[in-house]
Design a protein around this ligand. Structure first.
Ligand SMILES: Cc1cc2nc3c(=O)[nH]c(=O)nc-3n(C[C@H](O)[C@H](O)[C@H](O)COP(=O)(O)OP(=O)(O)OC[C@H]3O[C@@H](n4cnc5c(N)ncnc54)[C@H](O)[C@@H]3O)c2cc1C
Length: 300
């Protein structure tokens, strides 16, 4: 039996495994290879790694973990988690099953994008959601925002002082006159036509509208994506959830179920309106959950 099994090897799970390994706690790290930033070539706002490739970040983390005898990594998915504090069993997608005293869920979230033709192919390359991660790279250049006014407003507030012209495109239904006026008051242009498709054009993006018009911008920000838990464990284990759809955790990453911890984009404390989704904050949450695990195991 392992002291801990960490499910997920993004920034949260990798850091959790490092902390557990350094504390000589036998740890199994499971990775199904589905990373939220899997299509991203350059991650930003990550001190000492600003602009680095997420794949390089993960490879360096794996190299560092290899120095710790107590950390084992398996490239396999977890299928289900059963048991109780001190005695959990995880069935793996290769049919094997493994046991641990504690479990850290670090399986992240998946982004469900609006059904705009071409958008999925641009995701993480020319289409983004987070101004903190990708705003600066569009400094002074025109951008498009796809989505409803309520969330576009928030993006305009953050991006307005960084980028050049902003055009907001409705999805499916046209903006009302009041919505268009609001966007213009905020300093953005409102497209009269809904977006029909997006595609790479030179080093930018061509946004086509339903009537056949088109505009080329440096990049696109999506204001209408939604997040969902990537793995089913929160549901399976009936963990306490927050209105954001995230797992509720306390200051040490503990979920509502004793022995199950959570870290990264999939979880946050009730004091926040949603997950503060970033590489560094996921890694920090992974470290906190690992500390929580180590403390809870001190008598064992
Ligand atoms: C387009 C885009 C750009 C971004 N750019 C930036 C940026 O520039 N800077 C920044 O700080 N943040 C950025 N982010 C956010 C960042 O990617 C996330 O905050 C971060 O990856 C969250 O880490 P995590 O460990 O919680 O989850 P993830 O990185 O998503 O890792 C989840 C892990 O869980 C594993 N997993 C899932 N299900 C299972 C299962 N059943 N069994 C086993 N393993 C499983 C996956 O394989 C993966 O290893 C960006 C996000 C997106 C979508």
């Amino acid at each position: 039996m392992y002291d801990a099994i960490v499910i997920g090897a993004g920034p949260a799970g990798l850091q959790a495994a490092l902390t557990l390994g350094r504390m000589h706690r036998s740890t199994l790290l499971l990775d199904s290879g589905e990373y939220r930033n899997g299509t991203v070539q350059h991650m930003h706002n990550v001190i000492t790694n600003d602009g680095a490739a997420p794949a390089d970040f993960r490879a360096t983390a794996r190299k560092e973990l290899a120095a710790y005898a107590d950390v084992e990594i398996r490239e396999v998915g977890a299928q289900n988690v059963t048991g109780a504090d001190g005695d959990f069993t995880i069935v793996l997608t290769d049919g094997d099953s493994v046991e641990a005293r504690r479990v850290i869920l670090a399986t992240g979230v998946a982004d469900d994008l609006p059904a705009v033709p071409g958008l999925q192919q641009l995701w993480g390359l020319k289409a983004f959601a987070c101004p903190f991660c990708d705003g600066h790279e569009h400094a002074g250049r025109p951008i498009g925002i796809l989505g409803p006014v309520a969330r576009a407003e928030h993006l305009i507030g953050l991006l307005g002082r960084i980028v050049g012209d902003i055009t907001v495109y409705p999805i499916d239904e046209r903006f009302t006159a009041e919505e268009a006026q609001l966007l213009e008051r905020l300093g953005a242009r409102a497209s009269t036509e809904p977006v029909a498709a997006v595609a790479v054009h030179g080093d930018g993006v061509r946004i086509s509208t339903e009537s056949g018009g088109a505009q080329t911008v440096a990049g696109v920000f999506v204001a209408s994506g939604t997040l969902r838990q990537r793995a089913p464990f929160a549901d399976d284990l009936a963990l306490g959830m927050l209105p954001s759809g995230s797992i509720e955790i306390d200051d040490f990453g503990r979920t509502s179920l004793p022995g199950i911890f959570a870290a990264g984009d999939l979880a946050h404390r009730a004091s926040l309106p949603g997950p503060l989704a970033s590489v560094l904050l996921a890694a920090a949450a992974g470290q906190i959950a690992a500390i929580g695990v180590v403390q809870s195991l001190m008598a064992h």
